[in-house]
Write a protein of this length. Sequence first.
Length: 107
Amino acid sequence: MKVIFKVSEKMTVELEAKTQKDIFQQLGSIQEIFGETTCGKCKKDTVRFVVRNVDDNDFYELHCLSCHAKLPFGCHKKGDTLFPKRKDDAGKYLPDNGWFKYVKPAD
């Protein structure tokens, strides 16, 4: 079974799977990562995908070009998939749906 799905105004994906469950899982994963089209801070649609490499580690983020907020993504241990980091280390939801602006600590 082949499905063409419009994720946003800027992105369409083509999926292929044998079952409806497989399609559902793929769509859920794609929407969670690529369906984020507006900044959680300023609500503008000027977001872009960024991959930074620091010390041989890749960091996946969405960046807002208007207010410079970021939404970081984590990597699942299995499956080579990503998830948006919307909770803090204690498991509580972060403000602005996980979007934040880096504030340099005072010296």
